[in-house]
Design a binder for this molecule. Structure first.
Ligand SMILES: Cc1cc2nc3c(=O)[nH]c(=O)nc-3n(C[C@H](O)[C@H](O)[C@H](O)COP(=O)(O)OP(=O)(O)OC[C@H]3O[C@@H](n4cnc5c(N)ncnc54)[C@H](O)[C@@H]3O)c2cc1C
Length: 409
C-alpha cells in the first residue's frame, strides 16, 4: 500500500563503500530487522512501503566513478551517483547514457535500475537493463555478488545482474553498476506543437509512417505546457518529438515530421536545438512524476505503440466528462501515463477504473493524504509463484523491503 505518512522513523545508515553496505545488511539480517535501500528517495512511490522498516540504507556516499575508459565507451560507478553527475562526467568526453529518469539531479544510478525506470528514448537506444553490462549487488545476507564486467559480452550462464533491475531493492542492493555508453549525437532538435483533438486520428496514422523516426515521440494531454509562451489559455493537447543523429538525418527527420503534422492540420511547430532541446525534453520526462494538483496519483501502463493514442484517449475519458485525467501517450514505446487528482475516495475509485481500462498499471507517483493507501501494483501477474520462490531464495528472512513488491512480496 502507498501510505500518506511514514508509520515510524527508521534509523538511517550511510555506508561509505560496498563493504560497509554489505556489513550493514548482514547486521540487519542477523538482528531480524527489515531494511529499505534508498537512492534519491523519490521513486519510492513506485513500490509499496515495506510492512516493516527498521533501517534505511542510503547510497548517498557510493557516488564515485570506479572506472571510465572513454575509448571503450564503458563506465563503472557507485550506485549512489546521481544521473546528473554521471551525465556531466560523460559529457566531458562527448558521451552520454540515455537513462531518461525524472529529476536527474537527485535520481541515482541504483534507484533508477532498481525501480526499472525506462525512458522515452528506449526504442532508439535501449533500456537501462540493456545498457547495463555489469553490476555488484549486496545480497540480504551481506554477500557481495558481482556479475558481468566492463565489456559488452562477458556473461556465461545466467545473466544475474539483470534480475535485480526492476526488483525495487527486494532482492539485493546495487552498490555499483557498469554501463556501455554512447557518443553524443552531433545534432539534436526538439519539436513542440499544439493540435486540435479532432486531428488526433490523422496525426496518429501519419506519425506511425514517418520515414525518419524521432528518438522520442509523445502526446501530452492535460499536462502543463512545456514552453511558457504556450500556456496562455491554450489547453489543447501537445505533441512533442526529439530528433537526434547526424545533422543531415535530423534535418531530414524534422522536415518530414513537419510536413506530416501539416498534412494533419497542425499549423505551428516550434523547434528548439542543442541544450534548449535537451532541457525541455528533460522537463517532459520530469512532468510524468512531478506534483501537479495536490492530492494525486499517476499510473503507468505498458502496451503496443500502435495502440498508445487510443489507450490514452480511453483513459482520458474513463472517469466521465467532469473528472479530468491527464495523459501521456508514448507513440514509440507504447507507454501510457494517466494522472488523476481528487480526494481519497475519488483517487481509489479512479485508480481502479483506470486499471479496468488500461490493464495492469503501476503507480509511479503519488501524493496522498495521511493514512490513505492504494496498492502501487494492482493485480499480480501469472508469474507471481516464481517471483515468490525467488524472493524466498534470495531473502529468506524478509530483510529487504518486505511487502514492497508486487503481490505483497
Ligand atoms: C512521485 C515522484 C516524485 C519525484 N520527484 C522527484 C524530485 O522532486 N526530485 C528528483 O530529483 N527526482 C524526483 N523523482 C524521480 C526519481 O528521483 C527518479 O525517477 C529516479 O530514477 C529514482 O531514483 P532514486 O535514486 O530516487 O530511487 P529511490 O526512490 O531511492 O528508490 C527507488 C527504488 O529502488 C530501491 N533502491 C534505491 N537504491 C537502490 C540500490 N542501490 N539498490 C537496490 N535498490 C535500491 C528503493 O528501495 C526503491 O524501491 C520523483 C519520482 C517520483 C515517483
Amino acid at each position: 500500500m502507498i501510505a500518506g505518512s511514514p508509520k515510524s522513523a527508521p534509523r538511517v545508515v550511510e555506508p561509505a563503500d560496498a563493504g560497509e553496505l554489505a556489513a550493514a545488511l548482514r547486521a540487519a539480517a542477523d538482528a531480524g530487522e527489515a531494511v529499505l535501500v534508498r537512492g534519491g528517495g523519490t521513486l519510492l512511490a513506485a513500490a509499496n512501503p515495506p510492512r516493516r522498516c527498521d533501517a534505511v540504507i542510503a547510497t548517498t556516499r557510493l557516488c564515485a566513478v570506479h572506472s571510465y575508459d572513454p575509448r571503450d565507451l564503458t563506465i563503472g560507478a557507485g550506485a549512489g551517483m546521481t544521473l546528473a553527475a554521471l551525465a556531466e562526467t560523460l559529457a566531458q568526453h562527448g558521451q552520454f547514457l540515455p537513462l531518461d529518469a525524472p529529476f536527474p539531479a537527485r535520481a541515482t544510478i541504483g534507484g533508477t535500475l532498481a525501480a526499472g525506470w525506462t525512458g522515452p528514448r528506449r526504442s532508439a537506444y535501449g533500456r537501462a537493463r540493456d545498457l547495463l553490462i555489469g553490476s555488484t549487488v549486496a545480497l540480504a545476507d551481506g554477500t557481495l555478488a558481482a556479475s558481468g564486467g566492463m565489456v559488452v559480452k562477458n556473461v556465461t550462464g545466467y545473466d544475474m545482474g539483470k534480475l535485480y533491475v526492476g526488483s525495487h531493492g527486494t532482492l539485493g542492493a546495487f552498490v555499483r553498476a557498469n554501463f556501455k555508453v554512447l557518443p553524443m549525437p552531433p545534432a539534436r532538435r526538439f519539436a513542440v506543437s499544439r493540435f486540435d483533438p479532432g486531428s488526433r486520428e490523422r496525426l496518429d496514422a501519419g506519425l506511425h509512417a514517418l520515414m525518419v523516426p524521432p528518438v522520442a515521440l509523445l502526446i501530452r494531454d492535460g499536462f502543463a505546457a512545456l514552453l511558457d509562451g504556450d500556456a496562455r489559455g491554450d489547453h489543447r493537447p501537445e505533441i512533442v518529438a526529439l530528433f537526434e543523429g547526424s545533422e543531415s538525418s535530423v534535418e531530414r527527420g524534422v522536415r518530414d515530421y513537419r510536413s506530416t503534422l501539416g498534412a494533419a492540420g497542425v499549423a505551428e511547430t516550434r523547434i528548439l536545438d542543442g541544450a534548449d532541446a535537451a532541457a525541455v525534453f528533460q522537463r517532459a520526462i520530469d512532468s510524468v512524476v512531478a506534483p501537479a494538483d495536490g492530492q494525486e496519483v499517476t499510473l503507468l501502463a505498458r502496451g503496443l505503440p500502435s495502440e498508445a493514442v487510443h489507450r490514452a484517449e480511453a483513459a482520458r475519458t474513463a472517469l466521465g466528462a467532469n473528472v479530468p485525467v491527464r495523459t501521456l501517450a508514448d507513440l514509440l514505446t507504447g507507454d501510457v501515463v494517466a494522472g488523476i487528482a481528487g480526494d481519497a475516495g475519488a483517487l481509489a475509485r479512479g485508480v481502479a477504473r483506470l486499471r479496468d481500462v488500461l490493464g495492469r498499471a503501476q503507480i509511479v507517483a503519488s501524493h496522498l493524504p495521511a493514512g490513505v493507501e492504494i496498492d502501487a501494483w494492482g493485480t499480480a501477474p501469472s508469474t507471481i509463484g516464481t517471483m515468490r520462490a525467488l524472493k524466498a531464495r534470495f531473502d529468506p528472512h524478509g530483510t529487504l523491503a518486505p511487502g514492497g513488491f508486487v503481490g505483497g512480496i
